[in-house]
Design a protein. Structure first.
Length: 217
C-alpha cells in the first residue's frame, strides 16, 4: 500500500498518529496520545454496504445466547441503577434485546439507531443511563459521539459500553474484531480511561470488554 498522510485522531483530534499496521489491504493508524487504533477513512464501507452488513446480523430479542452475551453489561449496570430509571439504548440495531432486558427489570428505555430507529427527538432528552453495546467500534466521529453521550446523561447518570478491548498489538492482525468491515475504531482499556478522564467521569470495568462510566453529580 502506498504511503499516506496520517489523519488526525478521530477521538482526541491529536496529530500524534503513526502508521500502525496493514492487514488485508487496509491501513490502520494508532494515536500515541489516547492509544486509539483506527481504520484509514478511505477504507470504510459506503453507507449502503454498511447497512446491508447490519441486516445480516441475527440478534433476536429472545435468543438465550444473545441475552447471555448482553448480560455482561446489563447485570453490572442494573446493580447501579435506582428503581424505575430512564435510559437510552444508543445504536440499538434492528433487534433491541438489551432495551427489552432493561425494561423487564422495570426501567424505561428509549431507542436510537441511525439505521433502524431514526427518531432524533429522543436525542433532545436526558437520561439516567445510556447504553452502547457493540456500537462505539462503528463510530466515524467518536469524539463527537462521546460529547453527545455526556449531554444525554443527567448528573450522576451512567454510560455503559461493551466493545472488544484491543489488547496485544502483536496479535492485532489475527484479531477477529477488526475483520468485521463495519468496525472502524478500536479501544484499549486505557483509551476509554482517557475518554472518561476528559469528561470527569468515574470509570470501572466490571467484566471483560465492558466499561461503566458515571457522570459526576
Amino acid at each position: 500500500m502506498a504511503e499516506a498522510v496520517a489523519p488526525s485522531c478521530p477521538l482526541c483530534h491529536g496529530n500524534e498518529v503513526d502508521d500502525f499496521v496493514e492487514v488485508d489491504e487496509k491501513r490502520y493508524w494508532r494515536c500515541s496520545a489516547c492509544l486509539l487504533t483506527f481504520l484509514d477513512p478511505d477504507c470504510r464501507l459506503a453507507p449502503e454496504a454498511e447497512y446491508a452488513h447490519y441486516l445480516s446480523h441475527e440478534n433476536e430479542i429472545n435468543d438465550p445466547g444473545y441475552r447471555a452475551f448482553l448480560s455482561r453489561l446489563a447485570t453490572p449496570l442494573l446493580e447501579q441503577l435506582p428503581a424505575v430509571s430512564s435510559g437510552l439504548d444508543y445504536g440499538c440495531g434492528p433487534g433491541p434485546a438489551l432495551a427489552h432486558m432493561l425494561r423487564e427489570a422495570g426501567h424505561a428505555v428509549a431507542l436510537y439507531d441511525p439505521f433502524f430507529a431514526k427518531d432524533e427527538t429522543v436525542l433532545s432528552a436526558t437520561y439516567d443511563f445510556v447504553t452502547c453495546t457493540e456500537v462505539v467500534e462503528h463510530l466515524f466521529d467518536p469524539a463527537g459521539e462521546f460529547k453527545r453521550f455526556d449531554q444525554l446523561l443527567r448528573p450522576g447518570g451512567w454510560l455503559g459500553i461493551m466493545t472488544g478491548f484491543q489488547a496485544d498489538d502483536d496479535t492485532f492482525a489475527a484479531w477477529h474484531y477488526h475483520k468485521d468491515p463495519t468496525h472502524v475504531v478500536f479501544y484499549k482499556r486505557e483509551t476509554l480511561e482517557f475518554v472518561a478522564a476528559g469528561f470527569g467521569w468515574q470509570f470501572e470495568c466490571p467484566t471483560e470488554d465492558v466499561a461503566l462510566m458515571r457522570k459526576p453529580h
